[in-house]
Ligand binder design. Structure first.
Ligand SMILES: Cc1cc2nc3c(=O)[nH]c(=O)nc-3n(C[C@H](O)[C@H](O)[C@H](O)COP(=O)(O)OP(=O)(O)OC[C@H]3O[C@@H](n4cnc5c(N)ncnc54)[C@H](O)[C@@H]3O)c2cc1C
Length: 412
């Protein structure tokens, strides 16, 4: 109990223990050109940089696991800590102050784990969850296709049952990290005669299976973060089906909800980073830039509370549905405005790139990275549709394709 006799806040005590662990095992982040972790994540376009990033993520994850700090809110029988969502969030906030790399596990720990905990068989949980928490296996998400992004239920990759296996043919795109992933989560159409949302199955895919070809795509910032993935007669064991055959849409909703919360939950940039930039560039006395900094502070605060609202929904077992869309949209606008502000603070030097630019081009990379945040996990327009329908009660978009058999829909 604290000296004043007030009962001890359990989250504050948890935070203090987490901080002590982090201080003993990691270097605190410093907002500046010596902050290599964030620069590597955002900006090193070389294969060596990518490999070093994955290695650093695996090592840090193993450190967390060995010390009992992995999977804070995951069940203990699968290697987790058995804590609460509030503890998980507190740990993530504390960890964000340290120079550690975690990005390679965004899909696996951020999205696959929560999905398998809800929908996986006991055998799937035992096979995949501990390995994830030990940092042994990196996962990718094989959902989007050239003709199925916002309209994900329009996907055309086919899986046909053949005894104890499924045979998969099709193409995925924008598959983040597929080039360095051991495993993937895959959506494929298994009943083209059913309406489009009802004929989809969710699979775990071993990325070393014969018939998988991964081709990296290079982005505006020079980084090959995502890929095209071609699947030709890929055989997947039936035991890798997650949830029901043809019931994959419901499973995917858990993954997509976790993804929206993940993207809305935090960016690489903090308010302290922006004020440090303003001071370093000698722009902290400029009255117009000061107003924009004040606006940025307000946005950071709003996002904090939107994040808590989504967290409370998860804690209470409610779907974060429309709240996650509000959070994702707010985050999208936030990264766009922070990108503009950072380059305005750099003035003419904002036009430089990489080593010529201040901080090795960190802020230019951050600016260009905004479109990834704004499009990935559902575009701003699509989030607005969700908010319009579910929050404002506006009439839904006409969806004549919702009930017809998928086979009868016109392609494109
Ligand atoms: C950085 C990044 C990482 C990604 N990682 C992955 C990944 O790992 N795995 C994966 O499966 N996918 C991934 N994606 C894909 C992502 O989910 C899709 O890009 C996204 O869903 C949008 O789909 P699309 O690109 O096909 O655009 P489209 O759906 O073709 O949309 C094109 C434009 O039309 C607008 N639009 C579409 N439908 C509507 C509508 N009904 N109302 C109003 N406007 C509409 C959109 O807002 C957009 O502006 C990633 C994307 C990015 C940017």
């Amino acid at each position: 109990m604290p000296e004043d006799g007030a009962p001890e806040d359990p989250i504050a005590a948890f935070r203090a223990r987490a901080r002590a662990f982090l201080e003993a095992h990691a270097r605190p982040r410093r907002a500046g050109d010596d902050d290599f972790a964030r620069f590597r994540f955002l900006g090193d376009p070389s294969p060596e940089g990518d490999a070093a990033h994955v290695r650093a993520c695996k090592e840090w994850q193993r450190t967390l696991f060995d010390a009992g700090w992995a999977g804070i809110a995951w069940p203990e029988q699968y290697g987790g800590r058995g804590g609460t969502p509030a503890e998980a969030r507190a740990f993530a906030q504390e960890q964000a102050r340290f120079d550690v790399e975690t990005g390679a596990f965004a899909v696996g720990i951020g999205m696959v784990g929560p999905t398998l905990i809800v929908h996986g068989t006991e055998a799937q949980k035992r096979r995949y969850l501990p390995g994830l928490l030990r940092g042994e296996e990196v996962w990718c998400q094989l959902f989007s296709e050239p003709g199925a992004g916002s309209d994900l239920a329009g996907l055309r990759t086919r899986a046909v049952r053949d005894g104890d296996e499924w045979v998969v043919n099709g193409q995925k795109v924008w598959s983040s990290g597929a080039h360095h992933s051991e495993l993937g989560i895959l959506l494929a159409r298994t009943d083209p005669d059913a309406p489009k949302h009802q004929g989809i199955t969710y699979f775990v895919l071993d990325m070393a299976s014969p018939g998988i070809e991964v081709r990296p795509l290079r982005q505006i910032n020079g980084v090959a973060h995502f890929n095209e993935v071609f699947l030709t007669d890929v055989r997947v064991p039936h035991e890798n089906v997650v949830g029901e055959v043809n019931g994959g849409w419901a499973v995917a909703q858990t993954t997509l909800g976790a993804e929206r919360a993940l993207i809305g939950g935090g960016g690489a940039v903090t308010f302290r980073d922006l004020t440090r930039l303003a001071r370093d560039q000698g722009r902290d006395g400029d009255p117009l830039l000061r107003q924009r900094l004040a606006d940025a502070f307000i946005r950071f605060e709003i996002l904090k509370y939107l994040g808590r609202r989504a967290q409370a929904a998860r804690r209470d077992g409610r779907s974060a549905g429309a709240e996650a869309s509000v959070l994702k949209l707010a985050m999208s606008q936030h990264v766009a405005m922070n990108g503009d502000l950072a380059l305005a603070l750099e003035g003419a030097r904002g036009m430089l790139l990489h080593g010529d630019a201040p901080y090795g081009g960190f802020w230019q990379q951050s600016f260009m990275n905004q479109w990834g945040v704004r499009i990935g996990g559902g575009t701003e327009q699509v989030q607005r549709n969700v908010i319009g329908e579910r929050v404002l009660g506006l009439p839904p978009e006409p969806r004549p394709d919702k009930t017809a058999p998928f086979r009868e829909l016109v392609e494109g």
